[in-house]
Design a protein around this ligand. Structure first.
Ligand code: 8YV
Length: 319
């Protein structure tokens, strides 16, 4: 039997590409150039499976393309807001993702952004790099300590928990959270609050850990307006989960103290108004970006492909 034809939309780490090249009739993307909508539509007609990632918009018209051949999509990423899951389910395309393997790396970046925001890391570093540092001062560059402060987690899933655990056990923060379902088996102290509003108004730092992909941002202008003027917002989940324009306005007007952002509404575009702000640390979506984790994510995508083509249960099936 011929090997299944698989398209890998972006460059993956060496061990993952070697494995896929050994097991499949695979087309890789050594240039790492993002696929266009028409590339993806053409791919839907030509391959048995795709291995895409967050930069590939697999919307309803793409998944519904005439003459579709793709039966399986092994997404490299735990988030799958780039894929129209309802359409995939309706037309019978199997979709998998890569949970667990990136939990700690992403929680590390959330913690890094909590610290960077509360200690004003970007403004201080910019001062040094731009030659404006006049020497040590007792009263310059003062941030806010996080010990005994309240971390508000929105979305107590895998990454939300790992972030909260780090903050509580490593940094002495008190945890409040909002989660739709009750979050059982927490191995640290945390108080579940009844609404996002309650978390936003009580927290000294809010950290977002919800999937994204909804029609409207979960964190609205009203939620942001309810934050303390001394509070910080951190987002390592998806940019479209937060009303980005409202966030920029609140930051620019000093209605909140600062932010740490690893994700944006229309990546890779980041508004000038946000890039100009000194009270914000901005990272280019590197939550899971370690050599080890990106290889583990690719290997899990490959495990899902293998299971699909062997007719076995997938290790991490979405639909
Ligand atoms: C990935 C992410 O790096 O897993 C996710 O959902 O946002 C990141 O960890 C991204 O999807 C690209 O693979």
């Amino acid at each position: 039997m011929p090997k299944p034809k698989v398209l890998v939309t972006r460059k993956l780490t060496g061990p993952v590409e070697d494995r896929l090249a050994g097991d499949y009739d695979v087309v890789l993307n050594p240039s790492d150039r993002p696929m266009t909508a028409s590339d993806l539509a053409a791919a839907m007609r030509s391959y048995d499976a795709l291995v895409p990632t967050v930069s590939d918009q697999l919307n309803s018209s793409c998944l519904n393309v005439d003459g579709r051949r793709v039966r399986m999509i092994a997404n490299v990423g735990v988030g799958y807001s780039n894929i129209d899951i309802d359409t995939a389910r309706d037309v019978g395309i199997v979709v998998s993702n890569t949970p667990d393997v990136l939990t700690d790396a992403t929680a590390d970046i959330a913690m890094m952004l909590i610290l960077a925001a509360s200690r004003g890391a970007y403004a201080a570093e910019a001062k040094l790099r731009e030659g404006r540092w006049a020497g040590f001062s007792v009263v310059d560059d003062l941030g806010t300590g996080i010990q005994d402060k309240v971390l508000g987690i929105v979305g107590m899933g895998r990454i939300g928990r790992a972030t909260a655990r780090r903050a509580a056990m490593g940094f002495g923060m008190r945890i409040v959270f909002y989660n739709r379902s009750s979050a059982e088996d927490l191995d640290f102290e945390a108080e579940r609050l009844g609404s996002i509003d309650a978390v936003m108004s009580q927290a000294d730092v809010v950290s977002i850990h919800v999937p994204g992909g909804g029609a409207n941002p979960l964190i609205t202008a009203k939620h942001i307006a309810g934050m303390k003027p001394s509070a910080y917002l951190v987002n390592t989940a998806r940019g479209d989960s937060v009303d980005q324009a409202a966030l920029i306005e609140a930051l620019a007007e000093g209605r909140i103290a600062g932010a740490g952002l690893d994700v944006f509404e229309n990546e890779p575009s980041v508004p000038d108004a946000l890039r100009r702000l000194r009270n914000v640390t901005l990272l280019p979506h590197i939550g899971s970006a370690t050599e080890e984790v990106r290889t583990a994510m690719g290997m899990l995508a490959a495990d899902n492909l293998d299971a699909f083509f062997a007719g076995e249960n997938l290790p991490s099936r979405v639909v």
